[in-house]
Design a protein around this ligand. Structure first.
Ligand code: CP
Ligand code: NVA
Length: 307
């Protein structure tokens, strides 16, 4: 069974195929020519954390594809009411695909072991690959290519950042990080991330202005991710110099775009000026969650796991 838990689960060609499907299905949808790629298929959504984009994009997307979705939230008591083996066997006997937003990455990995249908990572503390599919789609739409695009990530080396760099290594995209030393990826993680291409130039800097020099895309995310609330005061102080504001955006390429997975804390990691500027692609990026995940669902169900 093929799952989508991190970018390690797909080859370069498969990743490109998912993006190609996303572009095709988006174009069909935008021209009012949506096709029912997944008639009668059922997606179950288990969410241990809050969500707007991920939940809505999966549910709306599945409806557009001719399938159905079932939002189970946290009510099914994953890890509390029964063993993961029983949970996985039963749930996957009734649905065709599962999207799981879990507090712990291991929960998604563990569930996938026992499922007879594909499991999609809908965000964990370690990875958020669905977000990066949407980001790649957005960059491709804005620059008409992914080749040669230079990205800068300003802020925490978190779950979203980790997925970004995993995809970037696979696709040969340059990403320069600006992160306070204490919050950077450790050596072991860097080795894991770059295992796919040991020659990949992995740059972790501390100076945001240095990182954005020549950048076509600036990305950031919240300083305090879900589950890190007790560290809020310390993190706010530690990241104070890492705000994406007008001055930082002006230090990048003239046509640089701004990406943020959202939800954002306006006035902290990013200013209103940047969020609302013509260079901001955040709404397109959020909408692309739906188109990218349609590509993923169709790939998983009709190609990767087709019988
Ligand atoms: N970007 C993202 O995953 O948003 P939600 O937490 O609202 O799903
Ligand atoms: N890094 C954030 C992303 C939210 C979509 C979090 O994990 O809370």
């Amino acid at each position: 069974m093929r799952h989508f838990i991190t970018f390690d689960d797909v080859s370069v060609d498969e990743l490109k195929r998912i993006l190609e499907l996303a572009e095709t299905i988006k174009a069909e949808y935008k021209s009012g020519q949506s096709k029912p790629y997944l008639p009668g298929k059922v997606l179950a959504l288990i969410f241990e954390k809050q969500s707007l984009r991920t939940r809505v994009s999966f549910e709306a997307g599945m409806t557009h594809l001719g399938g159905a979705s079932m939002f189970l939230g946290d009510d099914v008591g994953f890890g509390k009411r029964e063993s993961t083996v029983d949970f996985g066997h039963v749930l996957s006997s009734m649905v065709d695909v599962i999207a799981f937003r879990a507090k712990k990455h291991e929960s998604v990995v563990e569930l996938a072991k026992y499922c007879t249908c594909p499991v999609i990572n809908a965000l964990t503390d370690f990875a958020h690959p669905c977000q990066i599919l949407a980001d790649l789609l957005t960059i491709k739409e804005r620059f008409h290519t992914l080749e040669g695009v230079k990205m800068a990530w300003v802020g925490d080396a978190n779950n979203v950042a980790a997925s970004l760099v995993r995809a970037a290594v696979k696709l040969g995209i340059q990403v320069v990080f600006a992160t306070p030393e204490k919050y950077q990826f450790d050596t072991q993680t860097v080795t894991q991330i770059t295992a796919f291409d040991p020659n990949y130039r992995f740059e972790q800097l501390t100076d945001p202005f240095e990182a954005v020099r020549g950048a076509d895309v600036i990305c950031t995310d919240v300083w305090v991710s879900m589950g890190q609330e007790t560290e809020e005061a310390v993190r706010k102080a530690d990241f104070a110099d890492y705000q994406v504001n007008g001055k930082l955006l002006a230090a990048a390429e003239k046509n640089c775009i701004f990406l943020h997975c959202l939800p954002a804390k306006r006035g902290l990691e990013v200013t209103d000026e940047v969020m609302d500027s013509p260079q901001s692609a955040i709404v397109q990026e959020a909408e692309n969650r739906m188109h990218a995940q349609k590509g993923l669902l169709v790939w998983l169900l009709n190609e990767a796991n087709s019988k």
